[in-house]
Design a protein around this ligand. Structure first.
Ligand code: NDP
Ligand code: 8X3
Length: 258
């Protein structure tokens, strides 16, 4: 189905998947509503969408704050009476500590953004979601929600919770025509690892050493594909990994200099 003139709302659109998705949807003729905390970066993404001919609007959004989400939703209702596609993308990992050494502040940030944030935004936007065939909610999960790894107890936990929320929401919205989907990527290049390791770029780049990871554009293209399926088709759950990542614990790495 066409995305032309549809309103696409993307949370966490200031970098990575969200920013690439905004541009990809703009190229498909859609209009954009973008939210994130770094408003200067967000506005640059919105401008790139406008340069492609889209109507694109940006507003500060902290999904960890109920008040911020309410303000964001009320601002949206002044731009458009309806949203066709909601992409719950805001989130990420903080730290790679074991449970024994984990920090409250990291745990809280992960639960707030990936889990409670997704719930808050969905609750606030549901009244604006067009109740006609073909509207979609796409939640960004992760292969971390399928298989846990050491140091990932909380991140894996919240991405696993994302799958449960997606499944419950699909049941709750049955009959409305709204599709509810989860896109669950593996290793992908973005600011994810830099955020996880708190700006330690050496540690962050080591994650991708010798590997060809997914790009944010790969994820963006997949999101556009999911949202543009015919209205009777719901991509319930889509796992996408780099070819080099046979499983979360098995990543092929080319020898340095090889
Ligand atoms: P980035 O760090 O590049 O992007 C994360 C985005 O989320 C940023 O735009 C950031 O914006 C936003 N964000 C984080 N916290 C909040 C918040 N409290 N309120 C509003 N926005 C927030 O990483 P990715 O693009 O990789 O991450 C996007 C999603 O994909 C995340 O949910 C992540 O967990 C998931 N994912 C990533 C994978 C990867 O390997 N890269 C694999 C699987 C899933 P700002 O800081 O400006 O608020
Ligand atoms: C990001 C992928 O494997 O680093 O969700 O957790 S992983």
């Amino acid at each position: 189905m066409t995305l032309k003139s549809q309103w696409i709302l993307i949370t966490g659109a200031s970098s990575g998947f969200g920013a690439a998705a905004a541009v990809a949807f703009a190229r498909s003729g859609a209009n954009l509503i973008l939210g994130a905390r770094r408003i200067d970066r967000l506005e640059k993404v919105a401008q790139s969408c406008r340069d492609l001919g889209a109507s694109a609007h940006s507003h500060s959004l902290d999904v960890a704050s109920s008040q911020s989400v309410i303000t964001f939703a009320s601002w949206i209702s002044k731009i458009t009476p309806r949203v066709h596609v909601l992409i719950n993308n805001a989130g990420g990992a903080h730290g790679l500590d074991t449970v024994a050494t984990g920090k409250d502040s990291d745990w809280e940030a992960m639960v707030q953004s990936n889990f409670l944030g997704l719930l808050r935004v969905t609750r606030a936007i549901l009244p604006l979601l067009s109740h006609h065939s073909g509207s979609s909610i796409v939640n960004i999960g992760s292969i971390a929600g399928h298989t846990a790894y050491e140091g990932g107890a909380v991140y894996c936990g919240v991405k696993s919770a994302e799958r449960s929320v997606t499944q419950a929401l699909r049941l709750e919205l049955s009959g409305t025509g709204i599709r509810v989907c989860s896109l669950d990527p593996g290793m992908a290049l973005s600011e994810f690892s830099s955020v996880r390791f708190k700006g330690d770029e050496i540690r962050a780049s080591a994650v991708y050493q010798g590997v060809e990871p997914l790009t944010s554009e790969d994820i963006a293209e997949t999101l556009v594909w999911m949202a543009s399926r015919p209205a009777h088709v719901n991509i319930d759950e889509l796992v996408i990994k780099p070819t080099d990542q046979a499983a979360i614990h098995k990543v092929y790495r080319r020898p340095v200099g090889g």
